[in-house]
Each structure stands twice: as C-alpha cells, then as structure tokens.
Design a protein around this ligand. Sequence first.
Ligand SMILES: [Zn+2]
Length: 449
Amino acid sequence: MNRPRLLPACVPSLSVLVLAAITHAVPPAAIESQLLTNPGFEQGLVGWTVAENDVLMSTVTASAARQGGFGLHIDDADGKLGSSVESTPLPVVPGRSYRLSFYARSPGQSDGCGVYLRFRNDLQRLIPSSPATASIPANTSAWKAFTFETVAPADAALVSVWIHSYSTTTGIWEVDDVTLEELDGPGGTPVAPTAVATPVAAAKPAAAPAPLPPLPASPPAIVLKLDDLVSTREGDVAPRWKRITDFALERKIKLSIGIIADSLEGDKPAYFAYIKGLQNTGLFEFWFHGYDHKAWQEGDRKLSEFQGTPYERQKDHFEKSQALAREKLGFAFTTFGAPFNASDAVTSRVLSENADIKVLLYGNPGDKVSGKIVLDRVGPVNIEAPLFVPSADKFISGYLQHAKGRDYYVIQGHPAQWDDARWTEFVKLVDYLSANRIPVVTPTEAAAL
Ligand SMILES: [Zn+2]
C-alpha cells in the first residue's frame, strides 16, 4: 500500500497540546524516516504491544483505517482503566530530535487520549519527566494530522510510541498512519552517538528546551489518599498496609488512610492499637471511606453505598460508622471520601447534618449543600494510572503540567493492591516528592490551604 514516508509540508495548524516542541527556523531534515514497523496497523498489532489492563479497549479494525485496510480503534467505556498500546522500543541517540506524526479522529466527547513518545534508559526503565504527548481533541470526526518533536534525554537509550486513553475518561478514538522519524540534532547539528560518553557532550541535551514545565517556586502540596483499609480476617493488619505505614514512619511522610468502617466491628485489639498508635504520631489522618463499600446492580441501575440509595440507609451508615470510630479508636472521622468516589444529592444532605465531617475528598466541586470543604481531583495527576498501578513518571509529568496556580493535589492509591513492582513505583514517587521538597499534608491541612 502507499504510505507517505513524511508528512506533507502543509500540515494544518491544529489545536494540539504540544509539550516539548522545538522551534526550528527551518524544519530539520530527517536522518531516518519511519523507524516503526507496521506504522499503519496493516499487519494487525505486529510491532505493538497491548497492555494487559487494556481489557480489549484497543483493537485493530477496518473501520478505523484512514488509508490502507486497517487502523487502531480505541473504545474506553469504563472510566476506570485506560487503554494502552505501545510500539516495540527502538534505539535512540541522546540529544537528537525525534518527530512523531500521526492521524487521529475522535467521534466522542472526551479528549482524554494521548499519543506519546516515551524514552527509556539502558536498563529499560522509563525516564521521569521524559514523555512528550499530543492529545486528541474531542469531536474531531474527520481525520486530522498531528505532529510534534522532542529531544531524547541525555540518558535515553530507547524510544517508543504509546497510545493511551486516560484511566478516568471514556470515549472513542481512532489512530492511523503513525510516523516516527529521527531528525538532526538540536540547531541542525547532528549529534554523534559516541559523543554521549564524554561529560561535555552529555551536558548538551540539558541545554535543549525542557520537555516539561519546571517545578514552581512553591510547589503544590500533596495529599496521599490511600483507600480501603480493613483488618485481616484474623483481626490483624495486612502486610502491605504494614509496609506502607512503616515506610511513612521511617521517612516521616504523612499518609491519609481511608477506613472501611465495618472493619471496626468486633474485637480486634491488634488492629485498633495499630490505627490508634499511628494516629498518635501526628503523621496520619484516618478518614471515613464508607461503612461497607458495597456496589450492586438493580435492573440496569448501578448503585453503590452513597449513590442512588435512600436517605435512611446513607444516614445510618454515617452514624454507625462515626459511633464505631468513637468507640474503637477514640475519635470521630473529620474527612469523608466515598467508595468509588461516587456520591449523590442525598449524601450532600446527610453530610450537611454531620457536624464532625469538615472535608470531602474528591467531592462534587459544585456541591453547595453539604457545607464542607471539597478537595478536588485532577485526573492526570495521580499515584495510579491505570487503577491499582502506581506510575512515578506519569505522576511527575502530570504534576508539572498542572502545577500552575494550584495549592495542592489529592492523589489516590490502593496499597493493598501493590505487589513489589508497584510498591517500587510508589517509593520512586515519594523519592521525587522528598528530593524536590514537595510538602505532603493531610486532608485537614490541605483544606486550610
Ligand atoms: Zn475504596
């Protein structure tokens, strides 16, 4: 089939979010055009890897073809997981520019899908702050051309193209005819691959435009919102919870832990002593994360503990949970975060009647009824993306991109879901916070900001 090796020179100006684009007076010539194998999905997903958690969101279909017979079709309907298709990583030359071009369309309402260039070091680890991205605008039913350029970081060894719909959004996107090219080095000077071995040349890429905005002078604070604390069946504390709270004590960072309150029923001295002991250190805020954390379906209606359920039930769950906290822990909850972050107008009414609760995590920003302080959610800035999978790199790039004018971010995680690899990513994230002196605060402290 006929596929252009290069984009035409007259690529229309687009409302593309281009991070890390380099301005060249004269467009640099490509040293190597089209590095990708199967760039137009004509051989299905050969040369591309679909992540396990993509759960059939990304498929190659004939209807998604811009030209040729096939294209990539993404249908993200769940609002919890993001799609994820990545090209096989290719070797790169640090300091050299790379141009990504592709065509995309989006018949849906959401612009929550990005096409990224990701760099990895020689250990195949993702390089923090390195991704460059173009997001596909909503309501683009016709094919549009997108292009951006970025410089391979000093420690880059590999690059890949990553097509990813964000975990919290839903929508339909189609991508075809992806072109990855290697350009001349910055300023048109080719960078010799051997030059990276010398310290002088290695410093060169640092002079290139930074791929992400710099850390603000007073960086926004972080609330580490950790969900779903329960006891073990034996009335004790699960090892993964113990690991994160030990880590917090050792590193002196503040954790904000959501308790599912029915775990406070019964006689569990070890579990209660654990929570009370942590509370007494002043490094922890325990908040109310529902009584039973249940979700179910009635006909085609999806219900959960605080969504679509009657006032009496919601009121009862608040009251018995606060009573359990007072009795077993010696304090009432002052912060609430709904299970599944799902609440409704009834919850606002119940909250308005609860004097103990002052702060809502990820509450509805338009809520005028509850009278509480709402700490909002910034979709692309989180611990986990997709759900249950911490990513330090995604957090860092989201943090820097949205930091302007913000006082805080509430970022969410589920430590009970973290195996050792996921745990390592979380530690990396905390290392970044510590290294950059980013304050970590509790919800109550964030509300005071
Ligand atoms: Zn939860």
